[in-house]
Design a binder for this molecule. Structure first.
Ligand code: SAH
Length: 482
């Protein structure tokens, strides 16, 4: 098989970027814009040793799971990858991906998987779910100002102010910003030349509070005539915070580190369950509030709290899970690497009167082992104790040093929340070798229309009776200080 050959194949799987995977002459072929079950004619574009890339030429027989995408830019835009797949099939695909990784990488038997896998948690309405959108601003070929989304794997902007995953008010805000820029001749940022002012518009919307935040990311210190823009935007119902964020770097990273207020507060608030969170332009906050509430509810359920427990929440961000757990725990310790996030976590603890929480800045894989060693030294013959440890690491998963210390501490339950089921399965394998067994697994669809899937796993100690039960009074003293 070689370049430009035409092949006919049935799509059997999806790659990590959402592209369909078919087989021809024993080779796996990645074919964009295809859906599992499609029979397609494709042209080979590039061959590697064991696999290749082909371009979709014709759909000979459409999959029964193929649907009309809701957004006309679904194919071009890099935001969604699987809008052409029915939602039921998306959920099946995600559950299968989690199960496959736990079997292949985690070493779970079919028998165990049949016992522990619970049905995937989907959405009733899998569109309009995002509470956050970041629209790049640029100019089209005619020099007209545009806001939209990057085309998949590129940095060219597809003008689209009405993304189907976002909230309707995004459109009104973007049109207001573009109109203002046009009227006052304010330039859009040009990535290649590193000139021009407005780079992105960040919009956040509190689903429960209906509060709106607008933040313009600019390649400069200030936005000329900003009072006019503020005046206009402030008329939109729910407007609560208007700010600019300064980013003068030549970088793909959207936000800079400095936020300057233009109008109203510098944050909005929102609720997940009964917990109130304060959200600044720079804070990490889950983008799908409906599913986040379900996910955190499951964390609480899996943690099996009665009100007495000592809980560690590793990779805690702004303390979202920690505060959810604190409603039913004795004491919750949160650990997070970003100092600003810990500031937010402490503030969130304060506004929720969660006095049973403590937060520490540092790497999870350093803070916990250090605490463990220090505890042993200061309390000869005893060891540091936790009833439950929750981890919610970034894509790369947990560091081995953290997993080892967790196993040494021997909590009764470990709740693993993951945005990458492959690294999660790797870590689960290690925890199984260290005396834990998987009790419950559930995939939660936080990002409908995309290939991402969140997973929650409950692991229990195989012989909880062998663990010495010592409750610790761990003061926030030096060495761990945030
Ligand atoms: N549990 C939070 C955030 C999860 S995202 C929530 O649900 O909102 C993962 C978090 O891990 C991020 O906040 C990131 O800053 C943090 N992080 C990344 N590497 C880390 C490390 N080595 N140690 C501690 N935190 C880390």
């Amino acid at each position: 098989m070689q370049k430009n050959d035409i092949v006919i194949t049935e799509i059997e799987d999806i790659g990590t970027g959402g592209e369909g995977i078919g087989r021809a002459e024993g080779y796996a072929l990645f074919i964009k814009d295809t859906v599992i079950g499609d029979v397609v004619e494709a042209k080979i574009m590039k061959m590697k040793k064991n696999y290749g890339y082909a371009r979709l030429m014709r759909i000979l027989s459409p999959s029964k799971h193929r649907v009309e995408p809701r957004c006309i830019f679904a194919r071009k835009c890099g935001g969604c990858q699987i809008q052409e797949m029915s939602y039921e099939e998306q959920l099946r695909f995600k559950e299968k991906k989690v199960r496959g990784n736990l079997a292949r990488i985690g070493g779970l038997s079919d028998e165990l998987l049949a016992q522990v896998m619970e049905p995937v948690v989907g959405m009733d309405e899998p569109f309009g779910y995002r509470n956050k959108a970041q629209f790049p601003i640029g100019t089209d070929k005619e020099g007209k100002l545009v806001a939209g989304f990057y085309a998949g794997r590129t940095h060219s902007i597809i003008p689209n102010t009405g993304c189907a995953l976002g909230v309707p008010v995004n459109k009104e805000i973007l049109e207001c910003v573009l109109e203002f820029m046009k009227e006052y001749r304010i330039s859009a940022y040009d990535e290649e030349k590193h000139t021009g002012l407005v780079r992105h518009v960040l919009i956040r919307y509190g689903f429960r509070t209906k509060e709106i935040m607008v933040c313009l990311i600019i390649n400069g210190e200030c936005l000329p005539h900003s009072e006019v823009l503020s005046e206009r935007l402030s008329k939109i119902e729910g407007m609560t915070s208007i700010t600019v964020n300064v980013n003068k770097e030549r970088t793909n990273v959207i936000m800079g580190s400095r936020v300057k207020p233009l109008w109203g507060q510098t944050y909005i608030t929102d609720y997940i369950g009964d917990v109130r969170y304060q959200i600044s332009p720079l804070s990490f906050y889950q983008v799908n509030p409906v599913q986040t509430e379900k996910l955190y509810g499951l964390v609480l359920e899996y943690a099996g709290l009665t009100g007495e427990e000592t809980v560690w929440d590793m990779y805690c961000g702004i303390g979202t899970i920690s505060l959810f757990l604190a409603q039913r725990a004795g004491r919750v310790y949160g650990v997070e690497i970003v100092p600003q996030a810990i500031e937010d976590a402490k503030e969130n603890a304060r506004i929720n009167k969660a006095e049973n929480t403590e937060f520490y800045v540092g790497k999870a894989e350093e803070v916990l082992p250090e605490y463990y060693r220090r505890y042993e030294k200061e309390h000869p013959g005893e060891k540091a104790y936790a009833d439950v440890i929750v981890v919610d690491p970034p894509r790369k998963g947990c560091d081995e040093a953290l997993l080892r210390t967790m196993a040494d501490m021997g909590p009764e339950r470990i709740v693993y929340v993951s945005c990458d089921s492959a690294t999660m399965a790797r870590d689960v394998k290690m925890l199984r070798q260290e005396g834990y067994e998987v009790e419950r697994v559930r995939a939660v669809d936080m990002f409908p229309q995309t290939v991402s899937v969140e997973t929650i796993v409950l692991l229990s100690h195989k012989s909880p009776d062998s663990v010495i039960n010592v409750t610790v009074d761990f003061g926030g003293d030096e060495g761990f200080g945030a």
